[in-house]
Ligand binder design. Sequence first.
Ligand SMILES: Cc1cc2nc3c(=O)[nH]c(=O)nc-3n(C[C@H](O)[C@H](O)[C@H](O)COP(=O)(O)OP(=O)(O)OC[C@H]3O[C@@H](n4cnc5c(N)ncnc54)[C@H](O)[C@@H]3O)c2cc1C
Length: 449
Amino acid sequence: MKLTKAIMGDKLFVQLMKSTFYGHFVAGEDRFLIVPTLERLRSFGVKPILDYSVEEDLSQEEAEKREVEASVSSSGASLSGEPASAQFSVDKTFADRRYKVQSARTYFYLNEATCERNMETFLECLDAVKGATFGTGITAIKLTALGRPQLLLQLSDVIMQARDYMKQLAGTHGNVLTHHKTLSDLERYLSNFSDKKEVQAFLDKIQHDKDGILHLFPWSGIINEDCELSDTFRVPDPSTGQMRRLISQIPPKEEEMFRNMIRRLNTIVKAAQDLDVRIMIDAEQTYFQPAISRITLEMMRKYNTEKAIVFNTYQCYLKNTYKEVCTDLEQAKRQHFYFGAKLVRGAYIEQERARAAALGYEDPTNPSFEATTEMYHKTLTECLRRIRILKDAGEDPKKIAIMVASHNEDTVRFAIEKMNEIGIHPEDKVICFGQLLGMCDYITFPLGE
Ligand SMILES: Cc1cc2nc3c(=O)[nH]c(=O)nc-3n(C[C@H](O)[C@H](O)[C@H](O)COP(=O)(O)OP(=O)(O)OC[C@H]3O[C@@H](n4cnc5c(N)ncnc54)[C@H](O)[C@@H]3O)c2cc1C
């Protein structure tokens, strides 16, 4: 592309691009040029999701170089001090994250200044979507555009360890939500610790519901702009009677980079709240996903207090998606925040499978397309069922808002039939449908009408 542009010059190159797939799938190059497309969509009842899709024209070699450089901690160690598990370790073979991915764009980290520029662009997208839709629009963002990916990778590893830790503490197998441990149980369990002050500080951070039942993941501190990761993941270790860091080594510069990423995200979400525009955080590769999902859920807790401003994305090609969605729905219910979810099948299946096979960990994806469809339909049905419960209880049904993001006609039909069967109506405004512009307008436009 770079070469064609150099030969043809800017003007001719843009004309050529517009007459190809680019003109078909792209609404416009800037906030003014998108307006005619958005107006045409609006006349059919279709609202836009603005998705900033500038991708650098990087060679595979350059992409790999940038990714490996950005993925190695300057301390040379994993966050936990232990070697990272295979799934969460950096591997050069898969450093070009575009490998076998067609339908998602990829950001490669260059430096903090580029992340800052990406934030500015997302803020402009929010403004543009507000102006063009009178506050009903949506903007999609990727967390890998806002910070160093190494932090997401390593935080994901620590979050998975922390989950195991909480399971051990709650004494449960399977879904941690089924436990009935209370704060007093935990206090008793940790009563033999020598350093009572530290244990108390840990207990103070643990949330519980009105019945005293513990909430599972006491890591809400990670979205505070003054968060120190090394302090957040300090826990009492029952085997030694001492406090233990789940994260042992994180240089101050990287702590600062993490805070930068969180600050950028907070700035974007706050702007979305002020403009009354919804923001969807895309799901990416599974080795980033525990961190992305956790941060997004904490953003929901913080900002979705009166309506669903922040939406998380759940990839139904993953084996554990139904369980994850149920856990997050339950957290939203117990902690009184609005739950927003975009359900997708998932864009990285071939890469996920190839990476798992090459690095020797369990394939995180469903074994067949049919299993993915079953997971999608089961997850959507659970969300609809819970919306119906809210309606029956006279509560605000909008406490759960779902986007069915799929081009699959059977899934769109399934969603409409289930809505009818369960008694959820378009006027409830809790379910919307999402497709990429130009992918299947024959589904999008009738849905809008
Ligand atoms: C509005 C919108 C937002 C999106 N956001 C995201 C996002 O944030 N993150 C993301 O990852 N994707 C995202 N996607 C892409 C989406 O995940 C799918 O890649 C794409 O939409 C194709 O799925 P489908 O349901 O539309 O179509 P279909 O063609 O019916 O399904 C294809 C999908 O099925 C799954 N699949 C195919 N073969 C198999 C198999 N053998 N075993 C198991 N599963 C299989 C794969 O996920 C594949 O992409 C988004 C899509 C849309 C429309």
